[in-house]
Structure formats: C-alpha cells, structure tokens
Ligand binder design. Structure first.
Ligand SMILES: Nc1ncnc2c1ncn2[C@@H]1O[C@H](COP(=O)(O)OP(=O)(O)O)[C@@H](O)[C@H]1O
Ligand SMILES: O=P(O)(O)O[C@H]1O[C@H](CO)[C@@H](O[C@H]2O[C@H](CO)[C@@H](O)[C@H](O)[C@H]2O)[C@H](O)[C@H]1O
Length: 447
C-alpha cells in the first residue's frame, strides 16, 4: 500500500528531470535547479492513490513559478491525468460542490452536471492539460498557476453573463489557496464534440492551394477566405461583448508610450536569448516608435490576448473563441490590463501568416511554394480584416485605419513567437523570423 506522502517525495525528487520533457512546461529555456512542494491535497488515500500537488519550480537566475500536478501510484510516470477512473472523480467533486483538503470544487450557478463519466486527456500539444468527459464537458487543469483568479475563467464568466454566442459555456471551477490568494486551478466548460480548430482548417486549405500548380487561391476547392471573413466578424463580436460586460476606456498618449516601451523591452529581452533576431533590431525599434503615430482615437479594454488559429473552433453553428488566458509566457499583470483590441487582430493576422509559411519549413529553395504561401496569407488576412471591420464599424472601427499600430502589434507578437519557438520548437524559429524580415523589409531569412 503506497503512502501518499512517500509518493509525493518520490515524485518531487524526479521532477527536475521529468518537467522539462513535458510539452506544457513553460521553462524549457533554462535548467531546473530545484522543485519544492507548496501544497498537497490527498484526494484518494487508498490505491490507486490520487494526490493534487502544487510545486514551486526554481530556475536560474531568479525564476520561481508554481505548477500543478495530479499524481498517482497507478501508472509508471505517476501522471494521474492519463487515468480515466481517477480524473472522473474531479468531475464528480465539481458536480457536488465539494471541498477536499483545501481545494474547492464548484459548478457555476444554475448548472447541473452529469456524474460518473470517465475522463480522457486530449492528446494535442498544449500549454495546459485538458480532460474530456463523455461528449459533454472539458476540464482544463492550468499547469503553470497564476496567483489569483485566472483570466480564462474571469473572461468566460463575463462573456457568458452578456450572452456571448462565440464561447463555450463555463460550467465549473477548481480553486485553492496559494500564498493566501484564491487561485484558479481548473475550469470546466461545455465540450464541442463536432468542433474543428481553425489551424487544422487553415493548413488544409494551404495544402490544397500548394497542390494546385495552375489555380489561384480563389479557384481551389479548399478556399478559406469565407471562413476567414466570418472569423473576423466573430472576433469583433467577442470584443463588443467584452466591452459590454467589462467596459473600456479611451487610450491616451501615455498608454501608447507604455505600450511602445513594453515592446522595446520585450525585444531587448528576447534578443539577449536569441541572437538570430539581432539583424532586425533597428527596424523593429523603428516600427515600434512609429506606433506613436495613431491618427484616430483608440480604446483599451479586456481582450483575448493570445489569439491565433489554434484558439478558435469551427462548430456547425459558427466560430468559437477559446483559451482567454493570454500569452502563457507573459507576466499576469500585463495579461489582465486593459489593452487595445487591435492586439487580437494582429495575433490572428500573424496566425494566417504562420499557417501559410510553416509548410515551407525545410523547403527553403522552393520559390513556387513560397509564392503560393504569400498568396494564401494575403487573401485570408484581407478577408479576416474585412470581416472584422464590418462587424466593428460601431465599436473598435476599421483596424486598417491604425496601420502603424497594427503593424507594431504584429511585429511585437512575432518577437514573442521568436522566444516561444526558441524555447519550444526551435525548428520553427524561421517562421516568425522570416515574417519579421518580410514586414520590416530587412531581407529574407530561409524558411
Ligand atoms: N469547448 C471545447 N470544445 C471542444 N474542444 C475544445 C474546447 N476547449 C478546448 N478544446 C480543445 O482543447 C485544446 C486545448 O484547449 P486550450 O483552451 O487552447 O488549452 P491550452 O491552454 O492548453 O492551450 C484546443 O486546442 C481544442 O482542440
Ligand atoms: O495555444 P497556447 O496558449 O499554448 O499558445 C502558445 O502556443 C502556440 C502554438 O501552439 C503559439 O502559437 C504560434 O504557433 C501557432 C501554430 O502552432 C500559430 O497559429 C500562432 O500564430 C503562433 O503564435 C502561441 O504563440 C503560444 O502562446
């Protein structure tokens, strides 16, 4: 019979080696120097044991971040998120509004949940771990914890309150105290079994175009422009709902100044780690400075914060936006502040560029493919922006009227992506680098 506390000691000792191999681990750029348990909740003491564990991971020179783990003696790698019988217990606890060992499980008001379902982890590579129950529910366990309420839950609740049509309904949550603060550990939502994510749809469309040597993007069967247009409308509608639910304020010169300084400071940080970015620094700085030149009034409000094609789902009823957590690699203070909705527009524009150019990784010589990629990207970026502008006419307005700011947001996102790819998928580093080269006109980089 395993003692749960012995299990914790054993697992914690193995974590410095195990963590860096996990897709969701956000600190792959540095070694793990120590791991110490912050809080332990024994959810099941008899075999198979189930323990919820929050550990603090230390990395040089002074990074200390909390991560959550669900562990068991039942499987060799101790990861209980892979054991359907054990994760099923989490849903039952949420349905019962239970409190267990300092963790609070709660369903949203007026929600009644079905119990006794087995949980299966989704297999896609993500920043967190999500578990699906039957065809009804999906539970996201936030891996790197942010002290306090997670913006994903806060924004989903706010959007649901105003009847937003482009989100999956929030159904429940798991919270616990961390350093005295009530901290979101998990979020339960309605699962969309018929959904396809935007990334899968877009890359299929790019492949269709690349396979057709003689046809243009508007002539091939898999043309995505209609979807891109509808997606633009959906994003504008979510921005309007966020504004209705949580308000906005006019952005002034001070906001723009802070924004520009944050972009420059992120650039400095990233270039210190990724020397490949160095040749573009002067052009990037210049583009960021140009963002100060905003002819029209702009607003600051709550936004999605990490919008890309993998964060949107196409269901039979239309597009849904998921994962309102913001950029997992950015500080929480930045992720929760009121910001320009144009950042989300820029994030999605980057993603169209990614979908087209990621297929060129490892084929730098193929000029024909590069031309096709650019054609696809231009067509779909334009359709998305047009859709957004139409639906945002009464609110944010047409993004194209803020050309310099939009370009700066795109480049800032690409700098973030350089850091992200460097830490997670080094073979893809050329994707954001070649975009930076294209947008700034600073020569080509091999894709
Ligand atoms: N409500 C939902 N219905 C169907 N699939 C979903 C839903 N929410 C998330 N997913 C799937 O789970 C994946 C991970 O969700 P996401 O919220 O993006 O997690 P992460 O924070 O780990 O990136 C998504 O890419 C999508 O495929
Ligand atoms: O979805 P996450 O919250 O985990 O976001 C992170 O991972 C994304 C990759 O999965 C990353 O997105 C980048 O790659 C996408 C293609 O895989 C592309 O569509 C995006 O435009 C690009 O930014 C995201 O930046 C990161 O925060």
């Amino acid at each position: 019979m395993t003692d749960p506390h012995d299990l914790v000691d054993k697992v914690v000792a193995e974590l410095p080696e195990w963590l860096p191999a996990q897709r969701w681990f956000g600190g792959k750029d540095r070694p793990v120097t120590s791991v110490r348990p912050l809080r332990t909740s024994v959810l099941r003491a008899e075999e198979p044991v189930l323990v919820h564990l929050v550990v603090e991971v230390e990395q040089p020179p002074d990074r200390r971040e909390p991560y959550q783990l669900l562990i068991t003696d039942h499987v060799e790698n101790y990861d209980a998120t892979t054991v359907p019988e054990l994760t099923g217990a989490l849903l039952d606890l949420i349905a019962d509004d239970a409190e267990a060992e300092g963790l609070v499980f709660a369903h949203e008001p007026d929600v009644e949940l079905q119990t006794g379902l087995r949980g299966r982890p989704i297999t896609s590579e993500q920043s967190n771990t999500s578990i699906v129950f039957g065809s009804q529910y999906i539970l996201k366990l936030f891996r790197k914890l942010t002290y306090g309420e997670n913006p994903d839950l806060v924004l989903h609740r706010a959007l649901h309150r105003v009847g937003c049509e482009h989100i999956a309904q929030p159904l429940g949550s798991i919270t616990g105290r961390l350093d005295g603060q009530i901290t979101t550990i998990g979020m339960l939502q309605q699962f969309m079994p018929d959904a396809v994510d935007g990334w899968a749809m877009a890359t299929t469309s790019v492949r269709d175009l690349m396979a057709e040597a003689d046809l243009h993007a508007d002539e091939v069967g898999g043309d995505f422009a209609g979807e891109a247009h509808r997606l633009g409308q959906a994003v504008a509608s979510v921005h309007a709902d966020l504004e209705r639910a949580l308000g906005n304020r006019p952005a002034d010169a001070e906001d723009i100044d802070r924004t520009v300084r944050a972009m420059v400071s992120r650039l400095d940080e990233v270039v210190a780690d990724v020397p490949e970015l160095r040749p573009y620094v002067p052009a990037l700085r210049e583009a960021f400075e140009q963002a100060r030149d905003t002819p029209e009034a702009i607003v600051a409000q709550h936004i999605h914060g990490d919008l890309h094609l993998g964060q949107v789902l196409r269901t039979v009823h239309g597009w849904l936006l998921i994962d309102f957590e913001g950029e997992p690699g950015s500080p929480i203070a930045q992720r929760t502040e009121l910001r320009s909705p144009l950042r989300d527009v820029a994030g999605m524009l980057r993603s169209f560029d990614y979908a087209a150019h990621q297929l060129l990784v490892g084929q730098p010589e193929d000029h024909q493919l590069a031309v096709r990629a650019l054609e696809w990207s231009r067509r779909n970026r334009a359709a998305f922006t047009e859709g957004y502008a139409e639906a945002a006419a009464e609110s944010v307005g047409d993004p194209r009227e803020h050309g310099h700011l939009l370009r700066a947001f795109e480049l800032d996102k690409a700098v973030y992506e350089v850091a992200y790819e460097h830490a997670n998928r080094p073979e893809w580093l050329t994707v954001p680098l070649s975009s930076i080269a294209r947008i700034t006109g600073e020569g080509a980089v091999q894709s």
